[in-house]
Design a protein around this ligand. Structure first.
Ligand code: FMN
Length: 210
């Protein structure tokens, strides 16, 4: 009988590091990428409005072009895929679908659904662009982190990248006004281990127990 080696969440977290050297010949199927993204979207989000969108770039020519607008970072071209995580500034437009889905799944009654839809429509559209962008960026970060851990759990490696020209990205990928790029995540098979990193001591970041 073959033993199944399942890593604990703690092991996955400790083993994840940003890998910047990938096997360029290694491919990850669209089914696998979809499965990882699907799990990642179980991340929490403000009012469950899920203000994220993904563009998965696997095409070799497109990766090469993307590298040129991402500070020439090698991993953009050599990773199996680059997943661009976009934020949705108009996340409240998802509200009907989200809460009707929960109602139809039997998770809430109709009155609650209507109350939540109304509450969202009374607040989010009137918040400033900056506030909605902050909410979307935060939630896009949560889904991104989840995606990187899922990838690690499945034997892949990742690196998140903020080092790319956002304006050029918007132009190249025809990103509409509603959305904005948050981060690029390279995912693939490591050809070289990540260099180790340290963290600030907990005492430096833990302010207090009160
Ligand atoms: C928002 C964000 C943007 C980042 N941008 C880049 C980047 O453009 N290029 C890069 O090589 N690493 C980038 N990193 C990776 C960090 O350098 C890395 O996470 C950090 O040094 C800790 O190392 P570790 O991920 O290996 O633990 C980014 C990380 C984050 C969270």
């Amino acid at each position: 009988m073959q033993a199944t080696l399942t890593k604990t969440l703690s092991e996955v977290i400790k083993e994840r590091h940003s890998v910047r050297k990938y096997d360029p010949a290694f491919e990850i199927s669209q089914e696998e990428l979809k499965s990882m993204l699907s799990e990642a979207t179980l991340a929490p989000s403000s009012s469950n409005l899920q203000p994220w969108r993904f563009i998965v770039i696997q095409d070799e020519d497109t990766k090469r072009e993307l590298r040129a607008i991402a500070n020439n970072q090698e991993q953009v071209e050599t990773a199996s895929a680059v997943i661009a995580v976009l934020g949705d500034k108009e996340m409240y437009k998802n509200v009907e679908k989200v809460y009707r889905g929960a109602f139809e799944a039997g998770f809430m009654d109709e009155a609650n659904m209507n109350r939540l839809i109304e509450g969202t429509n009374k607040t989010y559209p009137f918040a400033s662009d900056e506030v909605r962008k902050n909410i979307a960026s935060f939630d896009a970060g949560l889904v991104s982190m989840q995606l990187m851990l899922i990838a690690k759990d499945r034997g892949y490696d990742t690196v998140p990248m903020g080092g790319f020209n956002k304006e050029q990205f918007v132009e190249k990928f025809n990103v509409s006004e509603r959305f904005f790029p948050v981060v690029l995540i390279a995912v693939g098979k490591a050809a070289q281990s990540a260099f180790q990193t340290t963290r600030l001591p907990l005492d430096d970041v833990l302010i207090d127990f009160i």
